[in-house]
Design a protein around this ligand. Structure first.
Ligand SMILES: NC(=O)c1ccc[n+]([C@@H]2O[C@H](COP(=O)([O-])OP(=O)(O)OC[C@H]3O[C@@H](n4cnc5c(N)ncnc54)[C@H](O)[C@@H]3O)[C@@H](O)[C@H]2O)c1
Length: 375
């Protein structure tokens, strides 16, 4: 099935999508054949980068021009968070399906609006979160779902960056509440952290948040300093019910984590076994089994995404690979061919993440653990 794709927002992530779609042929037997046909960005140089992609025919400065094209089936949007709600709703109202970048609106109110319009208009909508599609993320998920870990003791998950340790790193829209949202780093990194826990049904009952801000100003693009008022690091101590027992689940999202360039990790520990995976060792899965002696087993996973590719099974996976796998999952689910494989973040899960992050903001202000009412 041919699927015509348009991209709104031609920055870092818009270009990653062009990269993923341009090497679609590495997938074996995928039911869809996507083609990137249109891009939109108000900045001409951003649009012009896409002139190297031979299938792109429409270069729009305004997203309405792209949405007026009857040729496009699916729109991927990667713009600053304060623009999500308006542009996502315009996509849905234009009759097209939406692959939305996280955090799916600047706040909970926006996420609820997008989610309810998606339901009302019966559009297929999913939100971006690629790391669970790595072989290690998939195995950790399968092991936890399989129930062989015994009674769960605790869960830790996180996503860590370090480039903001440099006080001279220039500010961009992600450092300001107005454009990134009050939730700051939770909006930037949090969806990646909660995707697997939420999919396993682990909804926090309570959250105690420790949020930190570091450099209040950074060099601006046009010279001089600009205010940086977003939360930079977030540690959320949550409690989740698993099989009738409340266990601790610690979620970390950090822009200032020494030594970490883009480290996504998940650790799930139980009385009979445990599993740990981190992108720091992209092909390595650590598993624990309770036995006479205490030992963690290190397994080299190789290259086994949910969707088969031509890549040799012994090779190592990386960011472009899980991004491609996420798109393969999105388009397969859209045409009803996911076949039991792992799916992208749903609008409900994205809205849940906002509810958690809004409760975390409340916890930070009140210096208390907050009960989360999921109703
Ligand atoms: N999935 C991931 O791993 C990942 C990684 C980084 C960012 N993101 C998300 O992707 C989105 C974009 O982030 P980015 O890093 O690509 O940002 P970016 O700043 O690199 O790119 C944003 C682009 O949006 C354009 N833009 C601004 N207003 C626009 C409008 N009205 N219409 C069309 N384009 C407009 C800008 O000119 C810019 O080119 C955010 O939601 C962010 O959270 C996801």
């Amino acid at each position: 099935m041919k699927v015509k794709i348009g991209i709104i927002g031609c920055g870092l992530m818009g270009r990653e999508v062009a990269s993923a779609l341009s090497r679609w042929f590495v997938l074996e037997d995928h039911p869809c054949h996507p083609e990137l046909v249109a891009v939109c960005d108000p900045v001409a140089s951003r649009r012009d980068w896409f002139r190297r992609v031979p299938t792109v025919r429409l270069f729009a400065a305004d997203h309405h021009e792209l949405l007026n094209s009857s040729e496009i089936d699916v729109v991927y949007v990667a713009v600053p968070h304060n623009l999500h709600e308006k542009i996502y709703l315009d996509v849905l109202n234009s009759g097209k399906d939406l692959f939305a970048e996280k955090p799916f609106g600047v706040d909970l109110r926006a996420a609820k609006n997008i989610s309810s319009d998606a339901t009302r208009l019966k559009r297929f909508v999913r939100c971006s979160s690629e790391f669970p599609f790595l072989p290690g993320g998939q195995r950790a998920f399968e092991i936890a779902r399989g129930g062989g870990l015994g009674r769960l003791l605790e869960v830790r998950a996180g996503f860590l960056h370090s480039s903001d340790l440099d006080p001279n790193k220039p500010a961009n829209w992600k450092r300001r509440n107005e454009t990134c949202g009050e939730i700051g780093v939770m909006g930037d990194l949090g969806m990646h952290v909660v995707h697997i826990p939420f999919r396993l049904g682990w909804k926090p009952k309570t959250v105690y948040a420790q949020l930190q801000k570091f450099y209040p100003q950074r060099p601006g693009g046009a010279g001089g300093n600009v205010i940086c008022d977003t939360w930079d690091n977030a540690t959320l101590h949550t409690g989740v019910d698993v099989d009738g027992h409340e266990i601790p689940m610690r979620l970390e999202m950090k822009r200032l984590a020494p030594g970490e360039t883009n480290t996504w990790f998940v650790e799930i520990l139980g009385t009979e076994g445990g599993v740990k995976y981190s992108t720091k060792e992209p092909k390595t899965l650590w598993t624990f089994k309770r036995d006479r002696e205490q030992c963690w087993l290190r397994t080299d996973l190789g290259f086994n995404g949910p969707f088969t590719t031509i890549t040799g099974g012994i090779f190592e996976p990386g960011f472009p690979d899980c991004f491609l796998q996420m798109w393969a999952s999105f388009l397969a689910e859209r045409c009803g061919k996911l076949g039991g494989r792992f799916g992208c973040v749903t609008p409900d899960e994205a809205t849940m993440s906002h509810q958690l992050f809004e409760s975390a903001l409340k916890s930070q202000i009140e210096k208390n653990a907050i009960q989360i009412n999921w109703a």
